[in-house]
Design a protein around this ligand. Structure first.
Ligand SMILES: NC(=O)c1ccc[n+]([C@@H]2O[C@H](COP(=O)([O-])OP(=O)(O)OC[C@H]3O[C@@H](n4cnc5c(N)ncnc54)[C@H](OP(=O)(O)O)[C@@H]3O)[C@@H](O)[C@H]2O)c1
Length: 297
C-alpha cells in the first residue's frame, strides 16, 4: 500500500502510456485538481495509493481548457477522469468544451468520466446531455452551492471584512460540503456501480445566505453580517474593484437568476451514492473556523 504517499504520475512513468487505461496502475486524471473539489479528490485517491494526474495549467503535462491541444496529452493513458470545468459549468461554451473533451477521452480509451455539474443552470444541463451522449461510462455529480465558497473562494474576503454584500433575497439554498462532493467523486471514479448515475448533491438543510453568514459568525467568533444590495449595486461594486465584466455577469446570473427558488429543495445524492447523510453546514463552519479559514486579519 502507498498510504499517505502521493502517487502523482509523470510522463516517463510506465503507467503513463496509452493502452493501459483499464489497468489499476494507470492514473486517474483530476481536472481542476488544485481547486476546491479537485484537490480533495487528489488527496483521497493518493491516500488510497491510486495513481493520480493533476489536470490544471500547472499540472504535468499542463491542461488548459483554453488550449484544446493540451487535452489529449493530459488524458493519455488515464483510466478515468474527473471533469471540473473552468471558469464555470454555467457559462456559454461549457457544453461544447465538455462534449469535445469527452470525445477525445473516449476516442483515446478513457471511457470513465465523472462530471461536476451545477443545479438549475441551463448550460450545465446541456453539458450533462453532451456527456451522456458521448459514449462515455458517465457519472454526473450535480451540486448545489459549495460551503467552501465562504472559506476558500471569493466570499472569504467578505467574511474577513465583516460584511458579505450580495444581491440575494431570503430564498434558501441547501449548501453542500466539498468534502461530500469529493467522497462521491472518488466513489464514482473507483467503483463501476456508479456508471450511469446522476447524483444530485445538497447539504441536509436549507439556509438563507443570512443564515449561513450567521452560522459562520457564531463558529468563528467574528462580527460578520449579510448586506443585501440590488443586482445593479452588486455589479457596480465589483466593477469598482476591477472585477472583469464576464465574471461580474456570471456572478450576477448565479446570485439572481439561479437563486430564484428553483433550487430551494433538498436532494438525496450523498445518501444514494455513499449510504450516509450529507454533512451539515454547521459542522463545516466549525471545522473551517478551527482550521483558521477566517483567522487572517
Ligand atoms: N462553487 C460552487 O458553489 C459550485 C456549485 C456547483 C458547481 N460548481 C462548478 O465547480 C467547478 C469549479 O470547481 P472547483 O470549485 O472545485 O474549482 P476551483 O476551486 O474554482 O478551482 C479552479 C480549478 O481550475 C483550474 N483552472 C483554472 N483555469 C484553468 C484553465 N484555463 N484550464 C484548466 N484548468 C484551469 C485551477 O487550477 P490552475 O489555476 O492550476 O490551472 C483549479 O484547479 C465549476 O465548473 C463550477 O461551475 C461550483
Amino acid at each position: 500500500m502507498n498510504r499517505g504517499v502521493p502517487a502523482i504520475d509523470r510522463p516517463g512513468d510506465p503507467a503513463f502510456n496509452a493502452g493501459m487505461t483499464s489497468s489499476p496502475r494507470s492514473p486517474i486524471l483530476v481536472l481542476g485538481g488544485t481547486g476546491k473539489t479537485g484537490r480533495r479528490i487528489v488527496s483521497r485517491l493518493s491516500e488510497r495509493g491510486v495513481p493520480v494526474r493533476v489536470g490544471s495549467r500547472s499540472g504535468t503535462p499542463p491542461f488548459d481548457w483554453e488550449d484544446t491541444a493540451t487535452w489529449a496529452p493530459a488524458l493519455q493513458g488515464a483510466r478515468a477522469a474527473y471533469v471540473s470545468y473552468f471558469p464555470d459549468i454555467a457559462v456559454p461554451g461549457a457544453p461544447e468544451a465538455v462534449a469535445e473533451l469527452a470525445r477525445i477521452a473516449v476516442q483515446g480509451g478513457t471511457r470513465r468520466l465523472v462530471l461536476l455539474s451545477g443545479r438549475g443552470e441551463e448550460e450545465a444541463l446541456r453539458a450533462e446531455t453532451e456527456l451522456r451522449d458521448s459514449g462515455a461510462d458517465w457519472t454526473i455529480v450535480r451540486c448545489s452551492w459549495f460551503n467552501q465558497n465562504f472559506s476558500e473562494d471569493y466570499l472569504r474576503e467578505s467574511v474577513l471584512a465583516g460584511e458579505v454584500t450580495l444581491p440575494v433575497s431570503d430564498v434558501p439554498e441547501p449548501f453542500v460540503d466539498a468534502e461530500d462532493i469529493a467522497d462521491v467523486a472518488v466513489a464514482a471514479l473507483t467503483d463501476d456501480r456508479h456508471i450511469g448515475q446522476l447524483y444530485e448533491l445538497t447539504g441536509p438543510r436549507l439556509l438563507t445566505f443570512a443564515d449561513a453568514v450567521g452560522e459562520i459568525g457564531a463558529a468563528s467568533g467574528r462580527d460578520v453580517r449579510l448586506a443585501r444590495v440590488s443586482g445593479e449595486e452588486f455589479a457596480a461594486g465589483l466593477a469598482g474593484h476591477g472585477v472583469p465584466a464576464d465574471v461580474i455577469s456570471l456572478l450576477r446570473y448565479l446570485f439572481t437568476e439561479v437563486l430564484d427558488g428553483r433550487n430551494a429543495n433538498l436532494a438525496d445524492g450523498v445518501q444514494r451514492a455513499l449510504g450516509r447523510p450529507a454533512r451539515d453546514f454547521r459542522e463545516f463552519a466549525r471545522r473551517a473556523a478551527a482550521g483558521g479559514a477566517w483567522s487572517a486579519a
